[in-house]
Ligand binder design. Structure first.
Ligand code: C2E
Ligand code: CA
Ligand code: CA
Length: 702
């Protein structure tokens, strides 16, 4: 019955004409329930066509048409354009529609050759009074278009909110030209804050349309429209021009000047020579390149990678910082970090929205910061709204923060320069690169003090050891563990395995016993210091799993005999002993009036055995060991309470004097006594050093 021009040749379904004439029929036909229109759009079909040619593309469309027919057997179906379909149904409820569309998306995978072509669906349910079928189809399409950029949504019902949004969108389409003409576009600035200092270290410029009729229109509405009509670069350059003008005012004001990051759309790069245009803006107001950062969204980066990569390189060579916006949202890819050289990652605010409710979120955030730092990229977290989020981000080393906690986007007229741009509130821009360098330290890494080396391995000596019928074999060893083995004298892992696997070596017997202890211990852990080949080795063991006669363990082993820190400590101890050995005694006075003997190499008593009271100890000592004529002078010299005053007068770091010895056999031999004060843990302490004057070489005291 159908006329030939109502049928789509490729699929045998109706075409647009066909479905519209049916809709008109419905309207006159009586109430069979309300009409539902489902509008389907295949995403990425173009790239499928490019890859498999038109023949392959047509095959997919025919296949998909078959699946739709199978799932909607009672309904009227049309293909209205290349990859768009319309289903006309009667009285299907939302659940039924959703179920069938979910099945359709699975069925379509049978035809897409693994390319995963997503199908987006917009649904319009008739509410009663519509008469124009074109409007009904249009609304289904509007619902579908609304989610094209929303990566995790594939089904969308037309509702009141969407209707409002669509009206606004239409208003924007009808009025953007006059908005440009009448300068309705304004810049709002949102603070960016340095996590370490809490000071403002920059602003992001965000566009607003201040409409005399509607009020403020969000960029979320008009950016998309301006992109559709290819005028987005006009807006972005208009914003950048205003930013440069404001920056010039700031510079002239003498208050703090902070860099501003501006948003570019992917299309800007295609619609004009965007860098040349931005340079012109800067030139107009004489703004240094360091004060303007370029934000590019991550989704922009994924398409046309080569071209964009060139553009980004050009910007960076000219001295601009490139910031990757919305990192981790949508179809994001870690690959972007490899492809593009960027300066700052802006971590999408979606992460922080689930900070309190999802315990995985903090881990993911920490890992992003960790990864960025290992790659030498700075980080900024967007959407910070609570103190807890601030504290956490600061702790993991995220460098910059932005969000309502610090301030909403604000027009420039609402800023009070004397307060908002004072150096109490704002960072001195000359310190920015200093703080950026601090920000490069990875607090989360295991080698935070090392230079960036793209070293990805843990520096703890880690091995996986398997026990099979009580024979231990190492089945994994990281590089640090191989170093550890070599410190024990093993040339390789296989050498260690063969010695330990075949002999009843006493070291391995003890080690195996320790593994078994870990297996049976309630927390599956065990620790042991085992002397191996003359070295003390500290093992930390965790039992992992067992299966039959096998048990697996993770082991961290450290040869503490060669460990660098203990080496240094030991050297220091030996060196101190030698230094002390230059004196026959060393005592330690405290400002609270006590004394301890810490080194004694003479035929004397320590005295502090009898009393720890400094005054009494000095008296006793002088009685026993100081020549009678020198005693009074000696006691005065050892009045610790006056030492610092006396030093004040000499301008040297210590006081020194000479007294004759009354120690039997010394025959009045001359001795040098020296008191050296130092400040420690909030208190003054004094080292007293004694030696024979005839053992001092002249240059010792210089
Ligand atoms: P965006 O670049 O990711 O900007 C951040 C958006 O998050 C801003 O919305 C900002 O007001 C909002 N925001 C900031 N802190 C918080 C917070 O703590 N909580 C919450 N819930 N939101 C916060 P806005 O100004 O509506 O801008 C929306 C998007 O429009 C921007 O996202 C950007 O992609 C785009 N855009 C804005 N201005 C321009 C422009 O001049 N040119 C271009 N091409 N795009 C722009
Ligand atoms: Ca941005
Ligand atoms: Ca963003």
């Amino acid at each position: 019955m159908e006329k030939y021009d109502n049928i789509d040749e490729l699929t045998g379904l109706y075409n647009l004409n066909g479905i519209l004439s049916h809709l008109q029929g419905h309207e006159t036909r009586a109430a069979e329930g309300s009409i539902v229109i489902i509008y389907l759009n295949v995403m990425n079909f173009k790239s499928f066509n490019q890859r498999y040619g038109f023949v392959g593309g047509n095959e997919f469309l025919r296949g998909l048409a078959g699946e739709i027919k199978g799932l909607f057997p009672e309904e009227l179906i049309a293909r209205t354009a290349g990859d768009q379909f319309i289903i006309l149904a009667n009285s299907l409820d939302e659940k039924e529609i959703t179920d069938r569309l979910t099945m359709l998306s699975e069925a379509s995978a049978r035809h897409d050759k693994g390319l995963r072509l997503h199908i987006k669906a917009g649904i319009y349910q008739q509410t009663g009074d519509e008469t124009d079928p074109v409007i009904m189809v249009d609304r289904a399409k509007i619902a579908c278009d609304d989610i094209i950029r929303v990566y995790d949504k594939s089904i969308n019902f037309y509702d009141e909110a969407l209707s409002k949004k669509n009206e606004l969108r239409q208003y924007v389409i009808d009025n953007f030209e006059s908005a440009f003409k009448n300068r309705y576009f304004k810049v709002y600035y949102q603070k960016e804050v340095r996590a370490l200092t809490g000071k403002v270290c920059g602003y992001e410029a965000l566009a607003r349309w201040q409409d005399p009729v509607i009020g403020i229109i969000s960029p979320l509405v008009f950016i998309e429209v301006l992109e559709d009509v290819h005028l987005i670069h006009k807006l972005d350059l208009c914003i950048i021009d205003m930013v440069c003008k404001d920056l010039r005012d700031d510079i002239n004001s003498g208050y703090a000047v902070e860099p501003v990051s501006v948003n570019l759309s992917q299309l800007d790069f295609e619609l004009c020579d965007i860098m040349a245009e931005i340079d012109k803006c800067r030139d107009r107001y004489d703004i240094p390149v360091e004060l303007l950062h370029i934000e590019v969204t991550e989704s922009a980066l994924t398409t046309g990678a080569d071209f964009l990569d060139q553009q980004i390189k050009k910007f960076r060579q000219a001295g601009y910082e490139i910031w990757m916006d919305d990192f981790g949202s949508g179809y994001s890819s870690l690959n972007n970090l490899k492809t593009f050289d960027i300066d700052v990652l802006k971590i999408d605010m979606d992460f922080l929205r689930t900070f309190d409710t999802n315990k995985k979120t903090p881990v993911i955030l920490a890992m992003i910061v960790n990864m960025a730092k290992e790659l030498g990229i700075h980080t900024l977290a967007e959407g910070v709204e609570t103190k807890e989020q601030y504290e956490f981000l600061r702790r993991i080393g995220c460098e910059k923060l932005q969000g309502y906690l610090f301030g909403k986007p604000t027009p420039v007229d609402d800023f009070n320069r004397a307060v908002d741009c004072s150096f109490d509130v704002c960072e001195d821009f000359s310190l920015a690169s200093y703080y950026d360098r601090i920000g490069e330290v990875n607090f989360l890494g295991n080698t935070p003090l090392r230079d960036k080396s793209f070293e990805i391995f843990n520096n703890l000596p880690l091995a996986i050891i398997e026990l099979q019928d009580d024979i231990a074999q190492c089945i994994y060893a990281n590089r640090a563990y191989l170093d550890y083995l070599s410190s024990l004298g093993f040339a390789s892992l296989s050498e260690a395995n063969s010695i330990y696997g075949t002999t009843n070596h006493p070291d391995i017997v003890e080690f195996t016993a320790c593994l078994k202890r870990a297996q049976v211990s309630p927390d599956h852990r065990a620790y042991a210091d085992i002397v191996t080949n003359g070295n003390t080795v500290n093992h930390k063991i965790r039992f992992l799993f067992d299966s039959g006669n096998r048990q697996a363990f993770a082991v961290v082993s450290r040869n503490t005999s060669i460990h660098e820190e203990s080496d240094t400590a030991e050297s220091l101890r030996v060196a101190m002993a030698h230094v002390f050995n230059q004196y026959f005694r060393v005592d330690f006075f405290d400002e609270d009036g006590t004394v301890d003997n810490i080194f004694l190499n003479a035929d004397q008593k320590s005295v502090s055995d009898y009393t720890r009271d400094a005054k009494e100890a000095v008296r006793l000592y002088s009685e026993m060991y100081i020549y009678p004529e020198d005693k009074e002078r000696f006691k005065k010299f050892y009045d610790i309470t006056t030492v610092r005053d006396r030093i004040e007068n000499t301008k040297s770091a210590y006081v020194v004097d000479y007294y004759r010895s009354a120690t039997p056999g010394d025959n009045g031999r001359m001795q040098m006594y020296m008191i050296l004060p130092f400040y420690y843990n909030g208190k003054w302490k004094f080292i007293s050093l004694c030696r024979y004057a005839d053992e001092i070489r002249d240059d010792d005291l210089k």
